[in-house]
Design a protein around this ligand. Sequence first.
Ligand code: GLN
Length: 482
Amino acid sequence: MTAYTLKQAGAMLRSKQISAVELAQEYLAAIDVKNPAVNAYITLDQDKTLAEAKAADARIAEGNATALTGVPIAYKDIFCHTGWRTACSSKMLDNFVSPYTATVVQNLLDEGMVTLGRANMDEFAMGSTNETSFYGAAKNPWNTGHVPGGSSGGSAAVVAARLAPAALGSDTGGSIRQPASHCGITGIKPTYGIVSRFGMVAYASSFDQAGPMAQTAEDCAILLNAMAGFDERDSTSLEREKEDYTRELNQPLKGLKIGLPKEYFGTGNSADVQAALQAAVDLLKAQGAEMADVSLPQTELSIPAYYVLASAEASTNLSRYDGVRYGHRAAQFGNLEEMYGNTRAEGFGSEVKRRIMIGTYVLSHGYYDAYYLKAQKLRRLVANDFQTAFAQCDLILAPTAPTTAPKLDTLNHDPVQAYLSDIYTIAANLAGLPALTLPAGFGSDGLPIGVQLIGNHFSEAKILGAAHQMQLVSDWHTRMPV
Ligand code: GLN
C-alpha cells in the first residue's frame, strides 16, 4: 500500500528498507490500478521514472543522498520539464514537449526526487473544478462523482489517492489550497517571490506561485526548503537569505494569536464548513492559542478585483500562443491573420477564451481606467486590510471554500458561481501573502473539508509550524479514501 508520507518514504530509502526503483515500481503499479477512475495523471513514462529511480539508488549507494533522494513526486502539467509533454492541459500545447526545465522542478531533480508523471489541471490553470482540462476532468478520490477542485485538481487527487507522496501545484487565486481542501490534503502557497516562476507556464504573473502539496505540513516544509530560493531568471524572484521552513515545526501553540475575520465566518458557509472551522478553533484553544476578532472589510471587493486583474494578465500572457513558434497551428487558413484566428479558436477551450475576452476588454482604450486601474486600487485596499489585521494577530484562521467539493458537471455551467466560490482564497494572492490549507473535518456527504492559515509576508515557517502542531493532535490528515 503506497500510503507513505514523504518523510516516511525518505527514511525507508535511507535505511535501505526499500530501493528507489522498488518504491517507484510500487507507485507505478498503484497508478495502473487506480488512475483510470480518477484521471489524475495525464502523462506517464515508466522508462523515465525508473531511470531516475535507478540514478537515485546509485546516489544512495554512494552515500551522498539528501532527505529527498529517491522520493517520488508528481508535477502539475504547468511546469516545463525537459523531454516531457508540458501541455498545461490545453489542446494548444498538446504537442509541446518542453526543451527546458522549470527552476522548481530542477531544484527537486537536483535533490534526486523521482518524477512519477504529470498531473491533470484546469486548462492554463483557469478554473476551480479541473473540468476545463483538455484531457477530461480529474475526479475526487473520495467520491468520483465529485470534482477534486482546481486548478491543481490532479495534484491534489494523486496525493489523496496515495498515488504519490507529494505533488507540486500552482496557486494564482487558490489553486493549491482549494483542491487540497476538497481532497483532504495539505498544501501551501508561499509568499509571492520566494519560489521561482521560471519555466512555470504563465497565467497571471503577478499572482502565480508554485507550492508543495502533501499529506502533512511537515512534508510541505521539507519540500519548500528544496523548492525556494532566489532565481535570476525570474524578474520577480526575491533575493533573500535561504530559510529553513522546518524551523518552527516544534514550536508549541501556546500564546499564538489567531485572528478570526468576522467576514469569513458568516452565512456564506455550509453548516459542515462552519462546524469544521469551530472544531479547528477549539483545537487551537485547547493547545493554548488565543483567539482575536479581526476584520477584513474589503473581502467582497477581492473577487471583482481578482477577475479583472487576472484576466488582464492572462490575455497578455496568452497572446504568445499564435501558432507561429510552437504549440497548435490550424491546418486550414488563407492568410496570416486567419492562421492566428483559426489557431486560437481551435486551441483554446471556452473558459480560457472567456478570460482572454474579459482581459482584452478591461485593458482596452476607454475602459482601462474604469476597470483595470480601479481593480489595482482595490488590490491595494485588500492588502491593507491584512496589514491592519496582522497588527492584532500572528496568523488568520479562515475557511478555504464555502462548501465541500461540488458534483461533477454542476459548477462548470455557472462561471459566476464558480468565481464566487474563490472568495476565501484569492485575497492572499492579491496581497502576495503565504497561506496553507490543512484537512479539518468531513461533511455530511463524506467529503473532506480544509481550513486555511494565512500569515504575513515571509511567515511560512510560522504557518507550517502551527499546522504541524495541529496535526500532532488530530488525525484528519491521516484519513484516506477507500
Ligand atoms: N479559480 C481561480 C481561477 O480560475 C484560481 C485559479 C488558480 O489559482 N490558478 O482563476
